[in-house]
Design a protein around this ligand. Sequence first.
Ligand SMILES: Nc1ncnc2c1ncn2[C@@H]1O[C@H](COP(=O)(O)OP(=O)(O)O)[C@@H](O)[C@H]1O
Ligand SMILES: [Mg+2]
Length: 234
Amino acid sequence: MISVVSVGSLKTSGSSTVALTLASVAAAADIPVLLIDAARDGDLADWAARGAVPSKIWVERSRDEAAMERLVRAARKRGDLVVIDAGDEAAMIRMAARLSDRALIPVRFSPLSAQYAVETDRMLADDAGRGRRSRDRCFVASAVATIPSRIARSVETIIAESATARLPIGLVQRAAYEAPFLLGGTIFTLEEEVAPGLDRARAEAASLAYEIGILGARQEKASPARREMVRKAA
Ligand SMILES: Nc1ncnc2c1ncn2[C@@H]1O[C@H](COP(=O)(O)OP(=O)(O)O)[C@@H](O)[C@H]1O
Ligand SMILES: [Mg+2]
């Protein structure tokens, strides 16, 4: 079961957006979630400070290994989901990956982002090879745009260098994903008037969470809200 997920890449590639979006899906499905902001800029802590944080989401700013480990251990014990935004620093990405069941490496559809994603994957593979607990890693497309297929092909080629899988679902570039950072709240709590395209963003986000194993894994004790969301995402 996936209880702890980390998100980070050595190049800024949508980590905070992916992390907040996944936490938002969980909260909307009634799953308590600890969102750890370990990124240098503290974008998720700033997001929380805007208010309208759903009651199921608890945000902690932590960049200290021992403190982060304590937070994760306590959340695991409670059965909560943990999403860590590790940002773009090597030390934080490694630390977060070490604490998580699955490390997500976001990839924007740009060759540069893809190159750094592969470098991130290599760094985490080295750690895993050094006797650290072996962790699951995958690439996740973030902010997918309608772009010339030449660029898409080069991104695919770069990512294919690695044996690490790319999830079949990612996040398309949508204003709806940016709205929470501007207005507070989540794609599930904002109104369509202020953030058009929420419906598609919600469905896509739920599919991604399902694919990662955040939604489906907790099915046994699922609330009606959660079951409905899983049914729609599947
Ligand atoms: N799926 C998306 N749709 C639209 N904008 C996005 C998406 N993902 C990221 N962005 C935008 O790209 C920028 C960088 O994303 P962010 O999540 O902050 O990346 P990081 O945390 O890796 O620096 C932000 O302005 C964010 O709003
Ligand atoms: Mg960030």
